[in-house]
Design a protein around this ligand. Structure first.
Ligand SMILES: [Zn+2]
Ligand SMILES: [Zn+2]
Length: 275
């Protein structure tokens, strides 16, 4: 079937894309859809999440990082085919989580897609990112114990008011669906800064500042913590520590993209610092 011949058949599917795509299984072959990156119509030929979301021209920009990173924190190495070995920081001290899963490096088209979800509030972009994460989580947990819940890293209430949608919560939905577990965005929250920070020196401030609070309901749960981008891992560490202190049985982390803590942080469109 030609691309244009398929357009009519694909039209209604495209319009309902966000609602009706059930993770990994309900993709139908040979139906035209819009590329999640460039928005051009294309006909997916393969069943992988990226192959279904991105046109052949964009697909190479959305390859999953398969090598050349630290298995504990995802820190990317200069060579993408370098072995998967612990980084210097993780050799000194392991992060508080067990597993660290990420899709790709925070650069190029993947970064653009994340920015579109985060700052332009594109639900399509967030859903696409969620589908990529759903695939890597489904693959990772196919051979092991599936977590009990997905916990999206909470957005600060002021940011939520400003943006109108919670990007991590939206990305978490396809992941939860793929794993058959609930999204719990009531287990972890951001708290308002309460320590008079100006009276403390920098090191003490860093130590004392726990921006999260966890509900007692975290107790006993195996938690999959989800965020969009990880740079230093500091925010995710605080969140994981908070959940573990509340009695969580374990915390795994999944993020859409890993930025190197050693390269200069890419500036967001709004000029905001990354987590
Ligand atoms: Zn494209
Ligand atoms: Zn590491």
């Amino acid at each position: 079937m030609s691309l244009y011949g398929a357009r009519n058949i694909g039209g209604h599917i495209r319009s309902a894309f966000g609602k009706t795509v059930s993770v990994l299984t309900s993709f139908l072959m040979l139906e035209e859809r819009r590329c999640a990156s460039c928005r051009e119509p294309f006909v997916p030929r393969e069943r992988g999440a990226a192959e279904q979301l991105f046109c052949p021209a964009c697909l190479p920009s959305f390859q999953r990082r398969q090598a050349g990173y630290c298995p504990h924190c995802g820190e990317p190495y200069a060579l993408s085919d370098a072995p998967v070995v612990p980084c210097g920081e993780c050799l000194q001290k392991l992060p508080p989580w067990n597993e660290f899963l990420f899709y790709g490096i925070y650069e190029g088209e993947l970064r653009e897609l994340i920015m579109r979800g985060k700052f332009s509030g594109s639900l399509d972009a967030l859903h696409s990112l969620g589908l990529l994460l759903a695939e890597i989580c489904a693959e990772h947990y196919s051979a092991g114990l599936v977590p009990d819940v997905v916990v999206p890293l909470p957005l600060h209430p002021a940011r939520l008011r400003e943006r109108g949608l919670d990007q991590c919560l939206e990305m978490a939905r396809p992941v939860a669906k793929a794993l058959g577990i609930p999204v719990r965005n009531d287990i972890l929250r951001r708290k308002a800064a309460s320590v008079p920070q100006s009276t403390l020196d920098r090191e003490k401030r860093k130590k004392l500042h726990q921006p999260f609070a966890a509900s007692p309901e975290a107790a006993g749960l195996r938690i999959l913590l989800l965020d969009d981008v990880c740079t230093t891992g500091a925010t995710l560490s605080r969140a994981a520590e908070c959940l573990l202190q509340a009695g969580a049985a374990s915390v795994d982390v999944v993020v859409a993209a890993r930025a190197s803590r050693h390269s200069s942080p890419p500036s967001g469109r709004s000029g905001r610092a990354l987590p």
